[in-house]
Design a protein around this ligand. Structure first.
Ligand code: ASP
Length: 598
């Protein structure tokens, strides 16, 4: 039977008790991790979020009733125990923080009992994630998950502390709002008061933080929940948390400067990592050319090499064809992989196809200087030699080439580089390679929409140097946009915003917005800009991602208390779910799910 807390007061968390308390009376409360009966003694490992403490039940000390109670304890019972701290009678347990002490129980209350949990509450669980997420409240008891959740809290606190010191104000922005232009699908919320109208949940606080700049709150910050209805990948969640900021009267370097100090502070305080400043910067163009990615993992080399010049005019139609179509031919050198079996190479070719390649050309430099290659027969001895030289190919190396439009070549080789790097263990887990990627293209052509789209969002400022190209060559205009990348993952990004009417108008024009549509969607922002707008810029971190990277977790789900799974559902609450007919009626909503979707 569950007993009450009356008159009891917890004095310590489990691992707050230490050898400094020897001889003192303490009261601890928590969950039973394990019970061991050793004849006249019963040992209990007591667990709370701080860790484990050993309790000892000895009948003469705890009394016969207490001893009997201890004998009934099972895993996950919640108990309160008062007793005296003593040095461990048996050998010290080095793996425990409290391994040199124990508490000799004098009183015990069973605060609640537990059924046998569907999986053991222990570190490094072998239990399937699906089951763990269905019982997330139990999963959250596991020490490794607790460590993650506590780290997330710590990082949030550190961010707040830093921001406050730097003069930022924490200001909330609405959840029920209008569509924000971050380029994903919105989550919609129907309005009961305005039947047929919908709120959108914010994809980010973008428009509101810009408005706050118009209102004079020159340094804003918020730990904000954002919602994006995208197809989920391993590191995405439909709702996630941003550490979001905006500053007035600043340019790119100002934003970077304060954020470098922020990263240095937070990484040092949270995980003891020294971030060397200044953080390396690389333009988007350089990142693509060297790594085939706008978020390069710079912990290892295997950089892309543009061999277009070398293969121009060669006899291999795949190469020359790509060049004639305005594309390029590039390669990577997988050092020492020349003896890779054919089967494995074929696998790489399939992998490349998954990234849009029509094929993958390879050339292995044999130890005797001859080649094993998918295309050598189409090229002369001199052409091959020049190609291998350009790739700095040595005997034993495997050269892999993609020939296509630049975008495809970058995607394919960028992904291949990571795949091979992973396989060969080239990514040093102990390295924290930070990188700013700057000067992103302002626009990105969408074949699907047959128009330019904003690469960041429509309020991002083009670089002054490129203003004159907005009409003549919009695709070549670079933006004052920047991402912060850590070990190949985008941890955050932002931009300087447009604060001039004429440039904003031009931007909308290039994006194919009519004046009316721009006004319909963002009228309030454009109006606000008429009344004195300071130049401003900002950035947002994916907080979940930041913590995931700090802890080197495999999944973002490991740092979110109640995450969703791939199909955006919550296995525990079973959201989303059907609702009462009455609720729908109030909202004037009729549901009509096509059969094939059901
Ligand atoms: N709102 C942007 C985003 O969510 C960040 C920014 O531009 O400040 O990516």
């Amino acid at each position: 039977m569950a007993e009450s807390m009356k008159g009891l007061h917890r004095t310590h968390r489990c691992t707050e008790v230490s050898n400094a308390n020897i001889g003192e009376k303490v009261t601890v409360m928590g969950w039973v991790q394990k019970r061991r009966n050793l004849g006249s003694l019963i040992f209990i490992d007591l667990r709370d979020r701080s860790g484990i403490l050993q309790l000892v039940f000895d009948e003469p000390k705890v009394g016969s009733e207490g001893f009997a109670k201890a004998g009934t304890l099972r895993s996950e019972f919640v108990i309160a125990v008062t007793g005296t701290v003593q040095k461990r009678a048996a050998a010290v347990n080095e793996s425990l923080k409290t391994g040199d002490i124990e508490v000799i129980a004098e009183d015990i209350r069973v605060l609640s009992e537990s059924e046998t949990p569907p999986f053991p509450i222990e570190e490094n669980s072998q239990t399937k994630e699906e089951l763990r997420l269905r019982y997330r409240y139990l999963d959250l008891r596991r020490p490794d998950i607790q460590k993650n959740i506590m780290m997330k809290s710590k990082v949030s606190m550190l961010l707040r502390k830093f921001m406050e010191k730097e003069g930022f104000l924490e200001i909330e922005t609405p959840m029920l709002t209008k569509s924000t232009p971050e380029g994903a699908r919105d989550y919609l919320v129907p309005s009961r008061v305005h039947p047929g109208s919908f709120y959108a949940l914010p994809q980010s606080p973008q428009l509101f933080k810009q408005l706050l700049m118009c209102s004079g709150y020159d340094r804003y910050f918020q730990i904000a929940r954002c919602f994006r209805d995208e197809d989920l990948r391993a590191d995405r969640q439909p709702e996630f948390t941003q550490a979001d900021m905006e500053l007035s009267f600043v340019d790119v370097d100002d934003v970077i400067e304060v954020n470098e100090r922020l990263l240095q502070y937070v990484f040092k305080e949270a995980i003891g990592i020294d971030v060397q400043l200044p953080i390396q910067r690389m333009t988007w163009q350089e990142a693509m050319d060297r790594f085939g990615s706008d978020k390069p993992d710079t912990r290892f080399g295997m950089e892309l090499v543009n061999v277009s010049d070398v293969v121009k005019g060669c006899g291999f139609g795949v190469f020359t064809g790509a060049l004639e179509n305005g594309g390029s031919v590039r390669g990577i050198n997988a050092k020492g992989q020349g003896s890779m079996p054919r089967k494995k190479i074929d696998k790489l070719v399939e992998f490349a196809k998954g990234y849009g390649a029509k094929g993958l050309a390879y050339l292995a430099v044999n130890e005797d200087g001859t080649y094993k290659s998918s295309f050598a027969k189409f090229m002369t001895e001199e052409e091959l030699k020049a190609l291998v030289e350009k790739m700095e190919g040595q005997p034993g190396d495997l050269l892999l080439f993609a020939a296509d439009k630049n975008k495809v070549v970058w995607d394919v080789l960028g992904a291949l580089r990571l795949e091979i790097g992973r396989e060969l263990g080239l990514m040093d887990k102990n390295k924290y390679n930070f990188l700013w990627v700057t000067e992103f293209p302002l626009l990105e052509w969408s074949d699907e929409e047959n128009r330019f789209m904003a690469m960041h969002h429509p309020f991002t400022m083009p670089m002054e140097e490129d203003w004159d190209k907005i009409d003549s060559d919009p695709g070549a205009v670079r933006a004052k946009a920047y991402d912060i990348v850590l070990n190949g993952t985008e941890m955050g990004g932002g931009s300087v915003r447009i604060h001039q009417d004429d440039i904003q108008e031009k931007m909308f024009e290039v994006l194919g917005f009519t004046k009316e549509r721009a006004h319909e969607q963002f009228g309030f922002l454009l109006d606000a800009f008429k009344y004195g707008v300071p130049p401003h810029a900002g950035l947002a971190y994916g907080l979940d991602r930041m913590v995931m990277l700090m802890l080197q977790c495999d999944s973002i789900r490991d740092v979110i208390a109640f995450p969703k799974v791939k199909d955006a559902s919550c296995l525990m609450t079973e959201a989303p779910n059907v609702v009462d007919e009455k609720q729908l009626e109030e909202l004037c909503i009729k549901v009509d799910v096509p059969e094939e979707v059901e």
